[in-house]
Ligand binder design. Structure first.
Ligand SMILES: CC(C)(COP(=O)(O)OP(=O)(O)OC[C@H]1O[C@@H](n2cnc3c(N)ncnc32)[C@H](O)[C@@H]1OP(=O)(O)O)[C@@H](O)C(=O)NCCC(=O)NCCS
Length: 250
């Protein structure tokens, strides 16, 4: 091949070798990128029953577009071209309604469904295969410096309108209910609901709070308990007295 190029275009051997290497690198990179793209499209199709084809997801899903733009912006951010990075992310926000800071760290297979109103902060971290619905904020409380935004583990679901605020971790397979406001760490395999969010399920089991588990009907009567104790004491005294009477021969 290299010899053919050299003969055809009159290149010397070194130039033909260089061209060959660059071409091979492009083909390899294209192959890797295509595989990555395909697996992202497939992971969205697997999670959205409304998605009918990869083509539909590629061209019409704003969440998919926002994540692709983020990957580009993140590259510029990591290579110290922060202005270009912010420019790309702001343009994506304009077209999709989803604002992902280019400094955020996002794993594979993030699916942002519907998307409008999603905000992902600069120090947020998202594991693999997470699902985020419209109106979600992964933000800060305004009280922290440095790491200010949450870290989501793998396979986390964040329901529509939920706000996750602060630099804590949301564990693997956790589910944040629609409309929840999460201000504290969420363990692995937990479901958090409400404002402020509370853990209502852990490892598939319902979590019962002390106030819920308190039985206010079948509790013991304290007066009856005291009377029982007094009756027992009187009985003991009578037995002791009888023993004394018999021993003394009275
Ligand atoms: C939380 C959620 C993920 C379900 O998780 P789950 O682990 O299967 O939890 P369950 O459905 O068993 O619910 C557990 C408890 O939380 C309550 N709960 C569920 N979602 C809730 C919500 N959004 N707000 C308040 N309470 C909620 C349930 O009523 C249930 O309470 P109970 O035990 O007293 O009956 C789901 O309800 C949810 O909010 N999904 C978000 C989906 C979404 O945003 N869709 C938008 C599509 S456009």
């Amino acid at each position: 091949m290299r010899a053919a190029c050299a003969a055809e275009f009159g290149w010397n051997h070194a130039a033909a070798s260089r061209c060959f290497c660059i071409g091979a690198a492009f083909l390899l990179a294209g192959d890797i990128l295509f595989d990555e793209l395909k697996s992202e499209l497939d992971s969205i199709m697997a999670r959205d029953p409304a998605a009918r084809s990869r083509l539909e997801v590629y061209f019409l899903y704003s969440g998919f577009k926002a994540v692709r733009s983020y990957r580009l912006a993140n590259w510029f951010f990591r290579h110290n071209m922060k202005f270009i990075a912010r420019m790309i992310s702001q343009r994506a926000r304009h077209t999709t309604g989803i604002e992902i800071h280019p400094g955020a760290t996002i794993g594979k297979g993030l699916f942002i469904d519907h998307g409008m109103g999603v905000v992902i902060g600069e120090t947020a971290e998202i594991g693999d295969n997470c699902t985020i619905y419209q109106g979600v904020t992964l933000g800060g409380t305004g009280k922290d410096q440095g790491k200010r935004h949450p870290t989501l583990g793998n396979n986390v679901l964040v329901g529509s309108g939920a706000k996750v605020l602060g630099p804590f971790r949301v564990g693997d397979n956790a589910r944040i209910a629609a409309g929840a406001v999460v201000l504290k760490e969420v363990p692995d395999n937990a479901t958090a609901v409400g404002v402020p969010a509370k853990i209502v399920k852990l490892n598939g089991e319902k979590v019962v709070s002390p106030s819920e588990s308190l039985d206010q009907i079948h509790y013991s009567d304290p007066v009856e308990e005291q009377l029982n104790q007094l009756t027992e004491k009187v009985e003991d005294l009578r037995n002791a007295f009888e023993t004394f009477e018999n021993g003394a021969g009275i």
